[in-house]
Write a protein that binds this ligand. Structure first.
Ligand code: ATP
Ligand code: MG
Length: 150
């Protein structure tokens, strides 16, 4: 599925639609947020976490790598692997233990192990105006979600 996102508000609305489509069963989802610097990955993550009920700021996990959110709707992890250079560092982060929640991962290319067990791939790219997102399902429920939001 490919969709043009004309402005920031369109990225936010897209994130809200994705959240609504998986809201009944958030546990164990892994969403890959791909795209170059400034493509809209954090904008998506912030809007998704707010759609899940979080009020207040959604700080960038660039330095902490993982920002957890315990909400009444479930557990969410906002992850940014930009600064990770080797998969060994991830051991230490315990990413394997985060499968109780819904993981939103920026720069997932840094961790091929995580990519292998993801449900949804969201690739953001620049257009002359705004952005485009290409969404694809990587698991059975990921593909079902794409059908649902299409
Ligand atoms: N559809 C859109 N059209 C135009 N601008 C957008 C769109 N979506 C988000 N933006 C803007 O792009 C800028 C960068 O967004 P964001 O921080 O989400 O990027 P990012 O992919 O997380 O970057 P990084 O790789 O540095 O973490 C923000 O100013 C945001 O408002
Ligand atoms: Mg970001």
């Amino acid at each position: 599925m490919k969709r043009h996102l004309a402005d920031e508000q369109a990225t936010i609305a897209f994130a809200e639609a994705v959240y609504r489509a998986l809201a009944s069963d958030v546990a164990g989802w892994t969403l890959l947020l791909r795209g170059e610097l400034g493509a809209g990955k954090s904008t998506f993550a912030r809007a998704f976490i707010r759609a899940a009920g979080h009020q207040g700021t959604v700080p960038s996990p660039t330095y902490t790598l993982v920002e957890p959110y315990t909400l009444s709707t479930g557990l969410f992890y906002h992850i940014d692997l930009y600064r990770v250079s080797s998969e060994d560092e991830l051991h230490y982060l315990g990413l394997d233990e985060l499968d109780d929640g819904c993981c939103l991962i920026e720069w997932p290319e840094r961790a091929p192990g995580i990519v292998a067990r993801a449900d949804l791939d969201l690739a953001f790219s620049y257009e002359v105006s705004g952005r485009t997102v290409c969404a694809s399902g990587l698991s059975e429920r990921g593909r079902a979600l794409i059908q649902k939001i299409n």
